[in-house]
Design a protein around this ligand. Structure first.
Ligand code: CTP
Ligand code: MG
Length: 229
């Protein structure tokens, strides 16, 4: 059965606050998004990639993809205001039986983690990568007062990729559109449909480049990897 990847890359990168959008920042000779795409290009399990970016970035993105000789990208489409809309616009283009959604700005996910994720998704229909939360987490009210402390043993910090049977993810997105509701990740849409989503343990190094300090983390992860090789 075929597997496709949707790469949402239509964000503004407000929290990173650089002149350039973070998915296009140069990192060791390549834009961040190319590091991410190269990873899926090299995975034999992946048949097709759809990239979602801003209208005005489409031409530049296509050029980067060509120059990096990435052949699995079948289209670069224009995204929406929210990540959820961007994913949906990509989802409408993809034709594979299975779909993974992966942030353009998570260039460090490992092949091993993706393989584990796909195996579980294929067994159960929906699976996500996550890591156990290291810090104690508090629920806090608007006045800044702690309401409760959830049991840390049950808290997981969720990452991407998230993998689903395409028809499951598509109907979840369409249901949310009807309800005019928003979710912060794709799993939440599927959860709300009453479908079980399996958690697969990922790696702490699969960071999302979000704020400027993440660029230092990225450098450290890169150095660690090149020493191992
Ligand atoms: N994304 C997208 N479409 C949007 C918003 C986000 O495709 N309307 C993508 C981003 O490009 C990124 C991923 O979703 O690859 C994760 O989002 P996030 O880290 O929040 O990126 P930004 O939205 O760009 O950053 P910020 O929220 O700080 O502006
Ligand atoms: Mg955002």
């Amino acid at each position: 059965l075929s597997v496709g990847v949707i790469i949402p890359a239509a964000g503004q990168g407000k929290r990173m606050g650089m002149g350039e959008r973070k998915q296009f920042l140069q990192f060791h000779g390549q834009p961040v998004i190319i590091h991410t795409l190269a990873l899926f290009e090299g995975l034999p399990e992946v048949d097709e990639i759809v990239v979602v970016t801003q209208e005005e970035e489409i031409a530049r993105t296509q050029k980067m993809i060509e120059e990096a000789c990435i052949h699995k990208v079948t289209c670069v489409v224009s995204g929406g205001k929210e990540r959820q809309e961007s994913v949906y616009l990509g989802l409408k283009k993809i034709r594979t039986d299975w779909v993974m959604v992966h942030d353009a700005v998570r260039p460090f996910v490992s092949r091993e983690a993706i393989s584990r994720l796909l195996k579980v998704a294929r067994m159960h229909g929906a699976a996500i990568l996550a890591v156990p939360v290291k810090d104690t987490v508090k629920m806090v009210d608007d006045a800044g007062v702690v309401e409760q402390t959830p049991d840390r043993k049950r808290l997981w910090a969720v990452q991407t990729p998230q993998a689903f049977r395409r028809d499951i993810l598509l109907s979840a997105h369409e249901q949310f559109l009807k309800w005019d509701a928003m979710a912060t990740d794709d799993s939440m849409l599927v959860e709300e449909m009453g479908i079980d989503v399996r958690v697969v343990e990922g790696e702490y190094t699969n960071i999302k480049l979000t704020t400027p300090d993440d660029l230092f983390m990225a450098e450290a992860i890169y150095q660690m990897r090149s020493k191992k090789k």
